[in-house]
Write a protein that binds this ligand. Structure first.
Ligand code: OFO
Length: 163
């Protein structure tokens, strides 16, 4: 069964939201580069790439169900923060917002009796649990590290190993 216009247009908005996430994480990466936290910058580039993959998964889903993909303009992302903890706190809060969007999508799929979309979205529901957990874990570590330069250097090194 072809995807309905309503569902396709809702997913189109989510494609833009995922690409906006990528744009935000790239902006965070640029800030970390400026501040010379190379490991954090690397982690953010990996995160941006993941977001592009999330967008593309939606993109192919709409196309494979005979829907039309229409991309929207992306908002300019925030580009300045004060500390690494501020950046990761923003990342965590951003993921909470994305989780809300995914939950709204699930509700809409149910309302439209679109089982294929509802089942497809379970991957994103699981993914959001992981996204929230990953960013919150870093925020919590940064809270423990406080102002310790050594702690920050260690954390930066660890985040630089993300594959
Ligand atoms: Fe696509 O999960 Fe983050 O935003």
């Amino acid at each position: 069964m072809k995807i309905s216009k309503t569902m396709a247009s809702t997913i189109n908005k989510q494609i833009s939201a995922e690409l906006s996430s990528a744009y935000l994480y790239l902006s965070m990466s640029a800030w970390f580069e400026r501040e010379n936290w190379r490991g954090c910058a690397h982690w953010m580039v990996k995160q941006a790439n993941e977001e592009i993959a999330h967008a593309m998964k939606f993109f192919h889903f709409v196309v494979s169900r005979g829907g039309i993909v229409e991309l929207e303009a992306l908002p300019k992302p925030k580009s300045a923060w004060v500390t690494p903890k501020d950046v990761f706190t923003d990342a965590y809060e951003h993921e909470l917002e994305v989780t809300k969007l995914i939950n709204i999508l699930v509700s809409k799929a149910r309302k439209n009796e679109d089982t294929a979309t509802e089942l497809f979205l379970t991957w994103y529901v699981d993914e959001q649990v992981e996204e929230e957990d990953n960013t919150l874990e870093i925020v919590t570590t940064l809270e423990k590290v406080g102002d310790s330069k050594n702690g920050l250097v260690m954390l930066d090194r660890g985040l630089g190993k993300r594959e």
